[in-house]
Structure formats: structure tokens, C-alpha cells
Design a protein around this ligand. Structure first.
Ligand code: AMP
Ligand code: MG
Length: 320
């Protein structure tokens, strides 16, 4: 049985024992272990069924710890860290030789961030090691944004979820790497391209095929419900063809139209994309638990966080 608890000292005890604990962050819940414990890190991969070629993000509590993790901090990376840490930005940088290959999937770079969550920052401050923490979901499934999501996934395999409430941002961190002294977007996320460009100017955005070799694990199908899911421009029009099916619809706002479906999830009535992002995964979890014939998601405006939401919906709706 998994215990959901706010007891930080219990989490410390488990982590010091080379075991793993689920932790809250402002993006999604993570499955955390000591980066220097091969036992803990192997358990993360095994419990998640995550392939070993998919590297993990290292979490630290202060910029002073960065030298322990990376061997170089380019000027642009420093500016981004100052602007967004603690926060939902992951930087991929040249790794320090003492970072185990298991964390980085053998690459000479490492992904690192300072999460912005009071309980997890407090936990990190009390530990003598950084934490590796991928999202606390089985590989490929919907990411968890509250402690119950995590406990439902891992009730037989992890002993504790550190309770930290619902994740404020509700979508994974934005990942930026550096190639030939140029900042490159590896994953859309909680911080929009526009916000990043306000700090460092134009950001190189690669197409999906180009990203794959540099950010292993950016698989086409990911974040996916068990229920067959479609991504469409206009949900109302689409579901007219399936009048005999049990359908759940996920979209940004109600507008004026009424929909003929079993269950409707509207992520932000005021069309606030930040609010929509924070509700996205919880809505997908709810829809997926209703035994529907299909989930129909409507494309979001392709701007700001709408791009990140659309990216996740595209991956969730690849049915092949
Ligand atoms: P998750 O922890 O599930 O949010 O996934 C972390 C993601 O970070 C991985 O899927 C990779 O795409 C990316 N990542 C981690 N480490 C590296 C690295 N060294 N180089 C490029 N991408 C990385
Ligand atoms: Mg993940």
C-alpha cells in the first residue's frame, strides 16, 4: 500500500535508504531517488517501465549546487536560470563526470532544474544528494498532477507519495539545450517560447524528427489515455458522426454551443491558457476513468501555452 503523507522526515528516511518516493512539483508529480544510488535509479526505471535510453532530470534546491551537476554554464543558460529558477525550466548542459551514466542514458549532457514547490525544495535542502525524478506515471501514460493519480498508478510498488496538493502548472517543464552556443528547444512545456525569447532572444525550434536524437524519450506516443482519443478542430462537428457512441469531450471553453456528449471537460471558461494547462491532465484522468467509447479533444489556440497543450494532445491522440 502506498502512503500519501506530508511527513518529510519519512521521505528522507526512505531516500537515505536508497529507495524511491513520489514528490510534488509545480509541473507534475515525480518519482524521485538519490542520483548517486544505482539501486534507487534502477528502481525508478523498473517501476515506471521506462526504457534506459530515456534520461532523467536532476533536481537541485539552489543554483549553488549547479557545479556539482554540470561542467559548463553558458551565458544564456545562466540568464535563463536567473529568470526562471526555481521554476518549470529544465536546462540540458555538459555534465560533470561524477553524474552516473544511468541518469543521462550515457550522454555527455545532463538535464537539471530547480523545482518551485515548497515541500520538495524543503526536502531537497535536507538531503545530502540531488534527486533524479521523472514523472510519476507508467511510461507513456497520462502524467500525474495530484497525489491520488500517483497512488492509483503505483499502489503496489512505491511506499510513499509526499503530499503537496494539486500541481499549479500541471504540465511538464520546458526543456532547453545548447548546441554550438545556441539555445535550442527540446520540449515544449510550462514556460512558453515567448517567455523564453523575452530573456534570450530568438530560440531555435527544431522539428520533431530533429529533436529525437538530442532528446531521447521524446516519443510520438506519450501522455496517452487508455481510451481511444481524437484531436480535432471542431468537436461539435466531429461527434455528430458518432451519435450512438459514449463520448467525452475536452476543450478550452464552452463558447455558446451546446454539445451532445456524455461528459464535457472545459479547461478554462475564460480561455486562460495557463489555467487550461493546469487542468489538462486531471481532466484526461477523469475522462479515461469513465469507460467511454472515445475521447474527443479540440485543438487549443496555437499560441503561448496553447502550443504546449496541443503538443501533449497530439502525443496523447496518436493511436498507432
Ligand atoms: P520526464 O522526466 O518524464 O519529464 O522526461 C525527461 C525528458 O528530459 C526526457 O524524456 C528527455 O527528452 C529529456 N532529457 C533528459 N536528459 C536529457 C539530456 N541529457 N539530453 C536531452 N534531453 C534530455
Ligand atoms: Mg514523463
Amino acid at each position: 500500500m502506498t502512503v500519501i503523507s506530508k511527513d518529510i522526515s519519512k521521505a528522507i528516511e526512505i531516500l537515505n535508504n536508497e529507495d524511491i518516493v513520489a514528490i510534488p512539483t509545480e509541473t507534475v508529480y515525480g518519482l524521485a531517488g538519490n542520483i548517486y544510488s544505482e539501486k534507487a535509479i534502477r528502481k525508478i526505471f523498473q517501476v515506471k517501465q521506462r526504457p534506459l535510453f530515456n534520461p532523467l532530470i536532476v533536481h537541485i534546491h539552489s543554483i549553488e549546487k549547479i557545479d556539482e551537476i554540470v561542467s559548463e554554464l553558458p551565458e544564456q543558460a545562466k540568464r535563463l536560470a536567473e529568470a526562471f529558477w526555481p521554476g518549470a525550466l529544465t536546462l540540458v548542459l555538459k555534465k560533470n563526470p561524477n553524474i552516473p551514466d544511468l541518469i543521462t542514458a550515457g550522454k555527455d549532457t545532463v538535464a537539471v532544474r530547480i523545482p518551485n514547490h515548497p515541500e520538495t525544495l524543503s526536502l531537497l535542502q535536507k538531503l545530502s544528494f540531488p534527486l533524479a525524478a521523472p514523472s510519476a506515471n507508467p511510461f507513456g501514460s497520462i502524467s500525474p498532477t495530484n497525489s491520488t493519480h500517483v497512488a492509483n498508478y503505483f499502489s503496489n510498488t512505491i511506499s510513499m507519495v509526499l503530499e503537496g496538493g494539486a500541481c499549479k502548472n500541471g504540465i511538464e517543464s520546458t526543456i532547453i539545450g545548447f548546441e554550438n552556443n545556441e539555445a535550442v528547444l527540446y520540449r515544449l512545456g510550462s514556460i512558453s517560447i515567448e517567455e523564453i525569447e523575452n530573456v534570450i532572444g530568438l530560440l531555435k525550434v527544431k522539428n520533431k524528427q530533429e529533436i529525437a536524437p538530442n532528446a531521447p524519450g521524446m516519443l510520438a506516443r506519450h501522455y496517452a489515455p487508455k481510451t481511444r482519443t481524437y484531436l480535432v478542430k471542431n468537436a461539435e462537428k466531429f461527434i455528430k458522426n458518432y451519435s450512438n457512441k459514449k463520448i467525452g469531450v475536452l476543450r478550452c471553453s464552452n463558447g455558446t454551443s451546446s454539445l451532445n456528449c456524455m461528459h464535457l471537460e472545459e479547461l478554462s471558461k475564460k480561455m486562460d491558457l495557463k489555467e487550461a494547462a493546469s487542468n489538462l491532465y486531471a481532466a484526461l484522468h477523469r475522462l479515461d476513468n469513465l469507460n467511454l467509447d472515445m475521447i474527443v479533444a479540440e485543438l487549443f489556440p496555437n499560441t503561448g501555452l496553447g502550443k504546449s497543450i496541443n503538443d501533449r494532445l497530439e502525443r496523447a491522440t496518436r493511436n498507432e
